[in-house]
Ligand binder design. Structure first.
Ligand SMILES: Cc1cc2nc3c(=O)[nH]c(=O)nc-3n(C[C@H](O)[C@H](O)[C@H](O)COP(=O)(O)OP(=O)(O)OC[C@H]3O[C@@H](n4cnc5c(N)ncnc54)[C@H](O)[C@@H]3O)c2cc1C
Ligand code: FES
Length: 257
């Protein structure tokens, strides 16, 4: 897998929902040639020498024609707040694409995507790599103000939306919507992204449907050298940064302990 350490130019960096930003960056065609959805960019925070660690942010979309990489992120801590201040024309030091990403076998035609909040972001990129599948998306947001990219999902997937407070779509969690649909139909595979607590619920509702999850584990180096990101997978400790972030849900031991 070609990974590239590049300096990329910021094309735009806009607020698209409550505390949610969409950044568009130039991308080296070479580095992204073998890109897989679910891989991430490891970004050095500019003008912040005290922040030694890069921040991992999933690739939200790759526009191969325009040679752009898009990322969507929440400004939650020092690093991502500084990232939100970056302006068009600024440059960023980026390692990408990182991690394994989602892989769809040829017989996985019917694909259901499920994500909550910022965990929705990497799922959109399935459409640019595997346009020939039949997609259904289950998207969960806290409230109306947090909703982003629904129209993008609607352009390639049958899309179901839930908000925790019921201000947009159906009230409740998107895992309830998924459970309802699973009582009527079954996909070939479910792909998910979000925190561990979300995967716990998912593990309870999916029955025997194959499912892969992208884990948002805390990271240090992001390149396999520090073991900050280790997680017990199938009884062995694995590095989420290089052996993940995507794993078979049934191998994530923490979900079944
Ligand atoms: C593979 C992967 C993909 C991700 N994709 C996205 C994305 O698309 N959009 C997005 O908004 N966020 C994403 N995250 C989470 C994002 O990396 C953290 O929100 C971010 O690093 C927080 O940095 P900070 O300086 O703002 O916060 P701080 O809390 O100041 O960060 C302190 C340290 O904790 C780590 N950290 C804090 N929160 C998280 C978290 N939830 N997950 C992992 N590390 C964390 C940081 O890397 C940093 O080392 C992803 C995380 C991983 C592992
Ligand atoms: S973050 Fe250092 S080994 Fe994974």
């Amino acid at each position: 897998m070609i990974k590239k350490h590049t300096t990329e130019r910021v094309l735009s960096n806009e607020l698209i929902a409550q505390n949610t930003y969409l950044m568009k960056l130039t991308c080296s065609e070479d580095a992204m040639r073998f890109y897989r959805p679910g891989q991430f960019a490891h970004i050095e925070i500019p003008h912040a020498r005290e922040l030694l660690l890069r921040r991992p942010i999933s690739i939200n979309y790759v526009d191969f024609e325009k040679k752009e990489v898009h990322i969507a992120y929440n400004a939650i801590g020092k690093g991502t707040k500084l990232l939100s201040l970056v302006r068009p024309g600024d440059t960023l030091d980026v390692l990408m694409p990182m991690g394994n990403g989602f892989m769809l076998k040829d017989d996985m035609k019917k694909v259901w995507l499920i994500g909550g909040g910022i965990g929705i972001a990497p799922l959109k990129s399935l459409s640019c790599k595997y346009p020939d599948r039949e997609y259904t998306a289950f998207l969960g947001y806290r409230s109306k103000e947090c909703v982003y990219q629904i129209q993008d999902f609607e352009s390639f997937a049958t899309t179901h939306v839930a908000t925790d407070d019921g201000t947009f779509g159906v009230a409740g969690f998107c895992t309830n919507l998924l459970a309802d649909e699973l009582s009527k139909d079954k996909p070939d595979v479910i792909l998910a992204c979000g925190p561990l607590v979300f995967f716990r619920t998912l593990a309870r509702v999916i029955g025997d449907v194959p499912a892969f999850v992208s884990m948002e584990q805390h990271m240090g180096c992001g390149t396999g050298g520090c073991a900050t990101c280790v997680c017990k997978i199938g009884g062995e400790y694995k590095k989420v940064c290089t052996q993940g972030p995507v794993f078979d849900i049934r191998e994530v031991d923490a979900l079944y302990e």
